[in-house]
Design a protein. Structure first.
Length: 195
């Protein structure tokens, strides 16, 4: 029975071309022969009934999986199919990029960045972020990165796979700092209240 289970597993994984009908027929004949035999020892009889029940459950599972496979739908043992992979570059849509030295003195740039983030969140179906929380987040990120010796901090609003990404990156003289990794995604604060 273990061999039959292994062969069915290999078949549903795609390693065997056809179901293991021969092995199944042999195991089924053996189970029928033992069922007809007179087993007087109750311990042995109990073990046989347990195996027989397990075999019947496996047969039911394998038959349902075969039926699902023939009908072209996902069944209990089928592996999920991988769809065609999309190139990562086409999945990300950059909406706005701007750099700050002091966001409290560059309010027009801050408002443009906020508008672009708000529009992206609205399109994605996410709740709006209050301007004061957004401004505080940007100010804190700029201060944090300036404390580590950065002259400017660039913020980017992008949509990737239907989700809004808001990232900050350290800049030095208009170019990314040498050795700076890819942008670190920052979560935007959640909107207060319901609605």
């Amino acid at each position: 029975m273990k061999q039959l289970e292994a062969e069915y597993t290999m078949y549903f994984a795609g390693r065997l071309a056809r179901p293991p009908w021969e092995t199944r027929t042999r195991v089924e004949a053996m189970v029928k022969r033992l069922d007809r035999a007179n087993i007087t020892n109750t311990g042995v009889r109990f073990r046989f009934l347990t195996l027989q029940t397990r075999y019947a459950k496996f047969i039911d599972l394998w038959d349902r999986a075969l039926r699902a496979r023939e009908e072209g739908r996902a069944g209990p043992l089928t592996q999920p199919r991988k769809g065609p992979e999309r190139p990562a570059g086409k999945a990300t849509r950059v909406l706005h990029v701007t750099a700050f030295q002091d966001p409290m003195h560059e309010m027009q740039k801050l408002e443009e960045l906020y508008d672009s983030l708000s529009n992206a969140r609205k399109e994605a179906g996410a709740a709006p972020v209050p301007f004061h929380k957004f401004a505080t987040l940007v100010k804190d990120q700029v201060e944090k990165m300036k404390a580590s010796g950065t002259a400017e901090v660039a913020f980017r609003v992008a949509v990737k796979d239907g989700k809004v990404n808001f990232t900050a990156r350290a800049m030095k003289g208009g170019a990314p700092e040498p050795g700076t990794p890819a942008p670190v995604t920052r979560k935007t604060p959640k909107a207060e209240g319901g609605g």
